[in-house]
Design a protein. Sequence first.
Length: 278
Amino acid sequence: MKNTISKKKVFSVGAMLILAFSLIYISFKSQIAESKENTSGTQSNIPTVFVHGYKGTYNSFKTMLYRFEQNGWGKKELVVYVSAEGEITWKGALHPDPKLPPLVQIVFEKNKASIAETSTRLQSVMKGLKDKFGVEQVYLVGHSMGGLVSTNYLESTKSNGEYPKTLKFSVIGSPFDGISSESYHQVNTGEAIIDLKPDSDALNSLVKKRESFPADIEVMAIAGSGDQVVDVDSAFAIQSIVNEESLQKHLIEDQSIGHSGLHETEKVDKLLKKFLWN
């Protein structure tokens, strides 16, 4: 009888130990999985290239990239300056094994040039990224006309192995149907203004060449209800170029956030973070 009770106690203790070890193991595995999920987005070595818009400068994406660094979402490793003559100056370098997603900022000195001319300059930068730094894949972010320039670049270089392959592409307040405000065209100058008019040859060309837009790119378009320069319909008109299944659209419903404010708000930061590195 005592042996039977003793055996039952041993069995009970053994069962409890097995259960305890099982729970510890499950908890450990869960923590590992959660850790991988939380850090997977920050382990990417794919550079994200930022293209400013009409009259853009170094300051256009300066504070956004600073916020990304402060949040630990990425690190600005390279600033690329393109002179009015097309000469490229590289400030910084891309680390071969980055701990955070590398951020690349392009600054065009000739910031009122046409979509076609700026797109050609972008091609030179992208080719340089591959030739000089061995970049095979990129993410691409364009604000305002920078989104149009980037679209033209993508349509012009589809399947061309001389350039890095673009995996993800986000446009922020980009006027794919042009800027309808008459006052905007009255106070601004440059070749780009012609391209930014509704129904311009440059904008129509982007739609005509939509078959050349890479079908496998994930695309996100962001518009703002408070954008007094680019209306929501124009910002979402990229849907005339990009396949519906590849496109996601987000509207920032905040009247206090204007056109330039779209790259100054954490609301857009979070959308980009989730889209690019989640």
